[in-house]
Design a protein around this ligand. Structure first.
Ligand SMILES: Nc1ncnc2c1ncn2[C@@H]1O[C@H](COP(=O)(O)OP(=O)(O)OP(=O)(O)O)[C@@H](O)[C@H]1O
Length: 241
């Protein structure tokens, strides 16, 4: 994996005549996890999709740049909202989809290992329709973590998981994402308090920074400083705009 750059999105966005966000300047520090929270519809997914280069409806005026000056394409892995699994491929085929699309041979052993880590070793031969929502989301997570990319974009990656599995997948992801430049959109203050090296809230008027706990990521769920940060975040999210 090449060294992860920092990324900066600087600009404003609209869909037709309707402003989505901006002016906004968001920096994702190199090798760190940045958590982005905020009310529904404020533009978090739009920010993530613009960085990913997959937004075809938003008119963005501004720049999205990497600190090393290099292109972003080919250096990013994206886990979009919704599992985006191919219904005609089995679980193993979905987890190795990236290699298939690049015309490379599949690393089946690594894919099976990744499936075991997300708790789906016994589901490799199933099609997505035979999985629960939380299982599908873990397949999508495994597919994203299979991609050895320096920049990783995750849109509510654990939203369909029960509390225990969610904590396990956060731990797993923190291990795999260590040293990568990560944007994680989430609605969960507890998740941001556990996972974020930087935490921002996107509001109609711009970006607000929330100081994360000092402990390394992933922080213990019952660590007092983590719980205090979770409380601060929740209070801020509940406050009137
Ligand atoms: N394809 C589209 N066409 C028109 N408007 C859109 C489209 N996609 C998103 N929008 C609008 O853009 C705005 C930002 O949407 P976005 O999905 O980025 O919000 P969000 O903060 O991620 O919301 P949520 O937390 O509910 O996922 C919303 O007002 C939404 O209605």
């Amino acid at each position: 994996m090449s060294a992860p750059p920092s990324l900066t999105l600087d600009g404003h966005a609209r869909i037709g005549a309707v402003p989505v966000f901006g002016p906004l300047r968001l920096t994702l520090s190199a090798g760190r996890i940045t958590c982005l929270l905020g009310p529904s519809g404020v533009g978090k997914t739009t920010v993530l999709r613009l960085i990913a280069g997959v937004d075809e409806v938003t008119e963005f005026t501004g720049t999205i740049t990497a600190s090393d000056g290099g292109p972003l394409s080919g250096r990013m892995a994206l886990m979009a909202q919704g599992d985006m699994l191919m219904p005609w491929l089995d679980v193993l085929g979905n987890v190795t989809l990236g290699a298939r699309l690049r015309g490379m041979s599949r690393d089946v052993a690594r894919a099976r290992e990744m499936l075991a880590r997300v708790g789906l070793a016994d589901h490799a031969d199933k099609r997505p329709h035979a999985l629960s929502g939380g299982q599908k989301q873990r397949v999508a997570l495994a597919r994203t973590l299979m991609e050895d990319r320096p920049i990783v974009l995750l849109d509510e990656p654990f939203s369909a998981l029960d509390a225990r599995t969610r904590a396990q997948m956060q731990d797993l992801s923190a291990t795999h994402l260590a040293g990568r430049t990560v944007l994680m959109v989430t609605h969960d203050p507890a998740e941001a308090a556990r996972m974020g090296h930087a935490i921002h809230i996107l509001t109609e008027t711009g970006l607000e920074d929330v100081t994360p706990p000092a402990a390394p990521v992933p922080r213990a769920v019952d660590d007092p400083e983590t719980l205090a940060a979770q409380g601060r975040l929740l209070a801020r999210l509940r406050a009137p705009a």
